[in-house]
Ligand binder design. Structure first.
Ligand SMILES: Nc1ncnc2c1ncn2[C@@H]1O[C@H](COP(=O)(O)OP(=O)(O)OP(=O)(O)O)[C@@H](O)[C@H]1O
Ligand SMILES: [Mg+2]
Length: 264
């Protein structure tokens, strides 16, 4: 039987062993992501959101270390997975849009080439079909002039266009789980709203399972079905988005909700 949850994180802890002491960046967190749900992780800067995402893909590097926990992806524990198997999963069955858009593309290759390469690596398609598919996905993210974007180097594109191209690359192998880490934070406000609308549409249409990370409760409220609130490495509250907006139980959550209401 196929599990109804795409992701189950149980007791995950990721620490940094720094000089004198240990920083508990992620401190014994647990959450589930049912298939087809958009689950948000929200919390202030430094609360451990990115480290949670990196842990799920086992991309934490020394002095950081996953010290305990299990990460069950579609029934299989990522923690005990062979590295080669995991490498094949990254960018195909699980893909991630990183917080820092400039670091995501390699500066020496065109954007289209890199998207096509990702297809060639993960699917059994020939070069020509992969190039067509890369262009199709750029079209899906509604960049102005997809052909031009395809043949551009990353530095030739605006932040918003680059982020759309990143989203195209993340979707091109039809991932079962999409992780979005602050996908619009680096963009200015108007562009941010456009990219969020695009993401919402693509997630809806493809019924995607998404882990959506943001420090912005307003963004999370728009995008997510359920949310876990992180504070100092811990999840202090998990709830449906309506429930948490109307009746936050944790005092830290309440302060986040208040600040969003004050803005709107
Ligand atoms: N290379 C590192 N060495 C030591 N500590 C680190 C390192 N990277 C992250 N940390 C610590 O881990 C904690 C969690 O960081 P993380 O990047 O997950 O936060 P975040 O919630 O994503 O914040 P932001 O909203 O700013 O992106 C922070 O307290 C940070 O100081
Ligand atoms: Mg982060």
């Amino acid at each position: 039987m196929m599990p109804d949850k795409i992701l189950e994180v149980k007791g995950l802890s990721t620490y940094f062993h720094a000089g004198a002491g240990t920083v508990k960046a992620v401190d014994d967190i647990s959450f589930d992501l049912p298939k087809g749900e958009v689950f948000g992780l929200v919390g202030e800067s430094g609360s451990g959101k990115t480290l949670t995402a990196l842990s799920i893909l086992r991309l934490v590097t020394p002095p950081g270390e996953i010290v305990s926990g299990s990460i069950i992806f579609n029934g299989t524990d990522i923690m005990s997975m062979d590295r080669n198997v995991l490498r094949k999963i990254r960018g195909s069955r699980i893909s991630m849009v990183f917080q820092e858009p400039s670091s995501a593309f390699n500066p020496v290759f065109t954007v289209g080439y890199q998207i096509a390469e990702s297809i060639i690596v993960h699917q059994t398609l020939d070069k020509r079909r992969s190039e067509e598919l890369a262009l199709e996905f750029l079209e899906k993210t509604r960049v102005a002039n997809p052909e031009r974007v395809y043949h551009s180097y990353p530095h030739q594109l605006s932040g918003g266009t680059k982020q759309r191209a990143m989203i195209a690359m993340a979707l091109v192998n039809s991932p079962e789980l999409l992780i979005l880490d602050e996908p619009t934070t680096a963009l200015d406000v108007t562009i941010q709203a456009q990219v969020l609308d695009l993401l919402e549409e693509l997630i809806d249409r493809n019924r995607m399972s998404v882990l959506f990370i943001s420090h912005d409760f307003g963004v999370v409220a728009k995008m997510c079905d359920r949310v876990g609130v992180m504070y100092k490495g811990r999840i202090v509250e998990t709830s449906g988005i309506e429930a948490i907006l109307n009746k936050p139980l944790d005092p830290y959550t309440a302060s986040l909700v208040e600040s969003v209401k004050a803005l709107s």
